[in-house]
Ligand binder design. Structure first.
Ligand code: PMP
Length: 296
């Protein structure tokens, strides 16, 4: 699904077939989870392949690497150029791109000095698809921000996401909504959360969540559309009687949510602000909004 005999990846300065790429078994990332990564999308547009917010993604990768003590010898511009080259070599325009910075051999808890860069891409449908998702409040909390750098996209953080997602699916829901250590709503396992009530959008402030690039894009679109977004702490009870809700993320894009803990949202999706965002987001990533949208 992720590669075939023709797939080319970038690994430490070389372009090699994915099927022939290997790595060592004593990588600190494999044993202890200290690696950092990104999830990026490229879109087939009238101007060819266009990576959406490539600079923002690679700036976040370098931030993640820095706070996790992972050396990275590439600049944002170099990483963007390599990513376009990767797409070209694989003949892809619509693609999900996965850069991963992982560490070399180190079995102690001192950060390894050697790091490796993998860039790969595959075709990936929207995470969560187009169907409205049924959420449950997770029994798992997001990691306490005092225990890690929560705004970094760290490999090990995703064990928490896997547990929450698995729990939700096992209980018959589509996806989880995780709370923070204080019991306020934080985010999904791989997406940020918004809800709409009486013409106003609400989302939690930064602090316990990944600072999503799509979340930021929604803020920018809201400004252009004249919508109000309030960042505040809220609990699942506040969401139960919402008019609508949605997830945002590079993989999910703007994804409709039907219910939380079996409380259905009031408005049909097509009448919500989330729906407007989902439409505008498509125009934006396909670069069809030049008259509408001026990035902040
Ligand atoms: N939160 C988490 C935990 C995520 O994994 C993601 C996906 N990267 C997001 C939020 C959304 O971030 P973005 O919009 O930058 O993809």
């Amino acid at each position: 699904m992720y590669y075939n005999q023709d797939t080319i990846v970038y690994l430490d300065g070389n372009w090699i077939p994915a099927a022939k790429a290997t790595t060592g078994l004593y990588s600190q990332t494999l044993h202890y989870g200290n690696g950092v990564f990104e999830g990026i999308r490229s879109y087939e547009t009238e101007n060819g392949a266009q990576i959406f917010k490539a600079k923002e993604h690679y700036e976040r990768l370098l931030y993640s690497a820095e706070v996790m003590h992972i050396p990275c010898n590439y600049t944002v511009d170099e990483l963007i150029d390599l990513t376009y080259e990767l797409l070209q070599k694989n003949n892809m325009e619509d693609a999900y791109v996965r850069p991963l910075l992982y560490l070399g051999e180190q079995m102690t808890l001192i950060p390894a000095e050697e790091s490796h860069l993998l860039l790969c891409a595959w075709s990936w449908d929207k995470y969560l698809g187009d169907e409205k998702v049924r959420l449950m409040t997770s029994g798992y909390q997001r990691p306490n921000p005092k225990s890690t750098h929560i705004q970094a996209k760290v490999v090990g953080h995703y064990t928490n996401s896997i547990l929450a997602s698995r729990e939700a699916k096992q209980k018959g829901y589509d996806e989880a909504l995780l709370l923070d250590a204080q019991g306020f709503v934080a985010e999904g396992p791989g997406a940020n959360f918004f809800y709409e009530k009486d013409g106003i959008l609400y989302t939690c402030p930064l602090g316990n969540i990944l600072s999503g690039i799509t979340r930021q894009t929604v803020f920018e679109m809201a400004k252009s559309l004249g919508y109000t977004i309030v960042e505040k702490h809220f609990v699942p009870d506040d969401v139960y009687n919402a008019d609508g809700a949605f997830f945002t993320g590079t993989a999910a894009e703007v994804a409709p949510i039907e219910s939380l803990d079996d409380h259905n949202f009031k408005k049909p999706w097509e009448e919500t602000m989330g729906y407007v965002f989902s439409r505008e987001y498509q125009k934006l990533v396909l670069q069809q909004t030049s008259n509408f949208f001026e990035p902040a």
